[in-house]
Design a protein around this ligand. Structure first.
Ligand code: AMP
Ligand code: MG
Length: 507
């Protein structure tokens, strides 16, 4: 156990892929490279406020260095840079995007894995375009708490090591309506095997730079997919299938726990199938597959809850197209896309079988799941409470699920009892309750919970964040002391409050 400077730092990405010759510099196009070296911006008053003990332990880190983690001078071994990537935003190719406010500190070799540490919100980079490179406290709390919560829910995700406040005031127009306000600045140190995205590959293909594309693919496979190779079509297709599979597993988990990413642009899709870039995400409370928390997407609702599996396929199609220059028979890339679809279907069945405790999914269970999905949308019904109560229901009687409904007067008891009867018969009166309890969380980071944590933190009180963090580390356990606070349907005040039901990309 040691300090940041005693970690074993590597810089494989910098040594194996082409980079910018300039260090830092103004926002600009940087053709034919994968990165630009850049120094984080030191914070005037750095203070680490939230810390993930598990992540620190994994990194063998016993001391937290507030200055460095808020963007101060890198320690020996760190070689700091911003990654260049592009992306399709809301279905349109947006050209070069890149790490506009993320700066990688370096890669750390731990006993079992190499992990990249990255600061989010520590200043401008050549990819900052028109923006300031900073992040505010509210969005940083949302990223810290949610990424750790997702990990403990068993959802593949990037992690968080720390959240530091910078002592700087950051100007934001939260709802893009001309009301600008100063907010406290913060920096999250996040952790993942890499932050390589679909858009990291797309940029080279779409700019006609096949050479850099190949170098990046070879780097990625060598370091992150050691069982694969890029020597021929078979190798590339097998690797593409692996990405398809990892993505399918991730999205099926999102659907299991009721997570809506909110901005599934191809620059926000991790090559490792990890949930990445926590922005205007949200959690389904009322079970509404058409819901998105992202007000920027309120017209088309492209990234709504129920559309996520299809959007992942669309994004994978864009990634696979971008691998076209590396394969002789481009038709074969369809094999990888088909594999996503079959893997997702399989994962979806496994997921529903686990949520409903029905053992192996049979074809005839499809109707049971379809009917359930329709019924859950009939009246306002809390997804998390519904499934959690179902885990312990003593018999097929909807009165035991009353807690999940917003209006006790309109519960469609008759229809529910019919469905419950079918389910009860299917499981022979013995649902696999242990499996259900491990797949239907009791606690998720409800939209209004995150807002309560933020409201307190903005008044310098981090106790709510810490209590939530504690509960969210074991989200399948009961935590009776927090039940009356957080095992609750959305309170009325949160129905239309900004930050709860409405979020923008401003962060
Ligand atoms: P996002 O939708 O948050 O994934 O961001 C899309 C692009 O905008 C990425 O290239 C980000 O790095 C960039 N970006 C977002 N916020 C900022 C900011 N405050 N300063 C600089 N770049 C930003
Ligand atoms: Mg992003």
């Amino acid at each position: 156990m040691g300090t940041l400077s005693s970690l074993k730092w590597l810089n494989r990405f910098l040594s194996e892929t082409p980079g910018d010759s300039q260090i830092g510099g103004p926002a600009r196009q940087v053709p034919n490279v994968c990165w630009s070296r850049v120094l984080p911006k030191p914070a005037p008053d750095a203070e680490v406020r939230l810390w993930s003990d598990e992540m620190a332990k994994f990194l063998e880190l016993s001391e937290c260095d507030d200055e460095v983690l808020a963007g101060g001078k890198p320690v020996d071994g760190m070689d700091t840079y911003a990654q260049r990537y592009g992306g399709h935003q809301f279905g349109n190719w947006a050209g070069q995007l890149g790490d506009g406010r993320a700066i990688t500190l370096g890669e750390v070799e731990t006993k079992s894995q190499v992990l990249e540490l990255q600061l989010k919100g520590s200043g401008k980079t050549p990819y900052s375009r028109f923006a300031d490179g900073k992040a505010v406290l509210r969005s940083s709390i949302r990223e810290f708490l949610c990424s750790e919560a997702m990990h403990h829910l068993g959802v593949p995700t990037t992690r968080a090591l720390s959240l530091a406040t910078t002592g700087e005031a950051v100007l934001r127009d939260m709802m893009y309506n001309g009301n600008r306000e100063y907010e406290p600045g913060a920096v999250v140190c996040r952790v993942a095997p890499s932050f390589i995205r679909f858009g990291s590959f797309q940029i080279h293909t779409l700019m006609g730079d096949r050479k850099t594309l190949r170098t990046l693919v070879e780097h990625t496979i060598k370091n992150h997919f050691p069982d694969h190779h890029a020597n021929d079509d078979d190798g590339i297709i097998a690797w593409a299938k692996q990405i398809a599979k990892d993505t399918a597993i991730m999205v099926a988990h999102w659907m299991r726990v009721g997570f809506v990413h909110g901005v599934m642009n191809t620059d926000n899709m991790s090559i490792h199938g990890l949930t990445i870039d926590y922005g205007p995400y949200g959690w389904i409370e009322d079970y509404n597959p058409g819901w998105t928390p992202n007000t920027t997407d309120s017209t088309h609702r492209r990234y709504r809850f129920g559309n996520q599996p299809q959007i992942a396929a669309w994004n994978l199609a864009r990634l696979f197209e971008s691998l076209g220059p590396l394969v002789r028979n481009t038709d074969r890339l369809n094999e990888a896309l088909d594999f996503y679809i079959s893997t997702y279907d399989e994962q979806n069945d496994i997921m529903w079988a686990a949520k409903l405790g029905i053992g192996d999914f049979q074809e005839s269970d499809g109707d049971l799941v379809r009917e359930l999905n329709l019924l859950l949308q009939k009246v306002e019904t809390d997804m998390t409470i519904f499934f959690r109560e179902l885990c312990t229901i003593p018999g097929p009687d909807s009165n035991h699920l009353a807690e999940a409904f917003y209006d006790s007067e309109t519960i469609p008891h008759e229809e529910w009892n019919e469905w419950l009867g079918k389910w009860w018969q299917r499981v022979g009166g013995k649902p696999e309750r242990g499996v259900m309890l491990k797949n239907n969380p009791k606690y998720v980071l409800r939209n209004w919970m995150a807002q309560l944590a933020i409201d307190a933190a903005e008044k310098e009180d981090y106790s709510v964040c810490k209590d939530m963090f504690k509960v969210l580390k074991t989200p399948y356990e009961e935590h009776e002391e927090f039940e009356s606070e957080w095992y609750q349907k959305r309170p009325e005040w949160a129905r239309h409050r900004v930050g709860c039901s409405m979020l923008s990309c401003s962060s």
